[in-house]
Write a protein that binds this ligand. Structure first.
Ligand code: ZN
Length: 403
């Protein structure tokens, strides 16, 4: 075998072993050999290297009840590496530092009007946020192996350029600027794709080869995993489920078209429809200038019939759209997540009704639609998890250590 081929085979074997430890959580060398199809000798050699590099560690012997033998188990070393994730939203920047198993070590969320500030100011504020989080986690910048920047819009992740972004007009140099100021690799990725990759590595997508993630927030995003790989389409832009038109000449959308799913289902879409309905009321009208999506959700939950209709419409559109996705992709699981999940039954009861109506019975039986609770730092965690995924592919080259 040529040296280059031998190195490549070794790299693949190493990745497969690391991956089976990640998937199992706690696993013996014998079980790794069984799962990866590698020889016991190869598993012994490679795990020795991984232990030496402090990527994995041996745990207390585990007694196998059927055989009564004590077996040494292996697990990932959470302290092997750290990554930082940043999510840039219209009015907010959020940050999270995660360890090697995707656990959040520190997080931060600050209000920031992205569209109204110069890019250099944005980069300075991000740098400060990262430094604060690193301190908070009792780490130093040198401990961080990479930074993931998640933004809404069309991102060509291969070149790290942003092709269209609903937050800011004009060309963006954010990745290069941030990389220079932080002195580390910065990965720019579409926000929904980051969450999708993170859920594939550490969340509800773990161990599933075909699944979809639909994110509801200010916009509606989507990530597609086919045969274990993130699908990006021909030009790397990825899936813009939110901008699929369901209503010809319907409600105006942020993208410039009309009748997109996003215009009905997203937080911004629902808020707009709610304001329109409330504007015509003479009595008991809340202040429309300060009305937020949380207020609209509370009013609907308290029984406001018209606002419940707005959510019903959003849920119906979402269900119709997802039904189409299920018919096309035949996924094992569809994960719905994002801040919009706060609407709960207001949105998801009509969505489920639409799914029942529009998905073939056979396909409905084998497709699981899961609604995943959302916490404030999940976007940033997704961005950090995306970078972890990159580290796993080539851990010996990419992990930084300050010590
Ligand atoms: Zn649109």
């Amino acid at each position: 075998m040529k040296a280059a081929n031998r190195d490549f085979t070794r790299e693949v074997n190493l990745f497969n072993i690391l991956n089976s430890i990640r998937e199992a959580g706690l696993i013996s060398r014998v079980e790794i050999a069984k799962r990866t199809g590698q020889s016991r000798a190869s598993v012994t050699n490679i795990t020795a290297l991984l232990i030496e590099q402090k990527l994995i560690r041996e745990s207390k012997p585990h007694v196998n009840p059927s055989r009564g033998r004590r077996r040494i188990m292996l697990s990932l070393n959470p302290e092997a590496a750290y990554t930082v994730g940043i999510k840039v939203s219209a009015f907010r920047l959020s940050f999270a530092i995660v360890d090697f198993i995707g656990e959040v070590k520190s997080s931060l969320s600050i209000p920031f009007r992205v569209g109204e500030r110069r890019e250099s100011v944005l980069v300075d504020v991000i740098e400060d946020g990262v430094r604060h989080c690193v301190d908070d986690a009792r780490l130093s910048l040198q401990d961080i192996s990479g930074c993931g920047l998640a933004i809404p819009g069309f991102v060509d992740s291969a070149t790290g350029t942003c092709l269209w972004n609903p937050l800011k007009k004009g060309e963006s140099h954010i990745r290069a600027l941030l990389s220079e100021q932080l002195g580390m690799d910065v990965y720019l990725e579409n926000d929904a794709n980051s969450v999708t990759v993170a859920s594939q590595w550490f969340g509800l997508g773990k161990g599933i080869d075909n699944f979809l993630v639909v994110t509801i927030e200010h916009g509606v995003g989507m990530g597609i995993v086919i045969d274990g790989k993130l699908y990006r389409g021909q030009s790397g832009i990825g899936a813009e489920f939110g901008h699929m038109v369901l209503v010809p000449d319907g409600a105006p959308c942020r993208c410039g078209k009309r009748g997109c799913i996003e215009a009905y289902t997203s937080d911004s879409g629902i808020l707009l429809h709610a304001k329109k309905r409330l504007a015509s009321r003479r009595t008991t009208r809340p202040n429309l200038d300060t009305l937020a999506i949380e207020d609209v959700t509370d009013l609907a939950r308290a029984g406001d019939k018209e606002l419940r209709k707005v959510f019903r419409q959003g849920g119906e559109m979402l269900g119709r759209g997802i039904a189409g996705l299920i018919q096309i992709f035949n996924p094992e699981r569809v994960i719905i997540t994002g801040e919009g999940v706060r609407a709960g039954d207001l949105l998801f009861t009509p969505m489920k009704r639409a799914l029942k109506k529009y998905v073939n019975e056979e396909q409905a039986k084998i497709t699981e639609v899961v609604i995943q609770e959302w916490s404030d730092n999940d976007w940033a965690r997704g961005a950090a998890g995306f970078v972890l995924g990159e580290l796993y592919k080539s851990p010996l080259n990419k992990i930084h250590r300050s010590g």
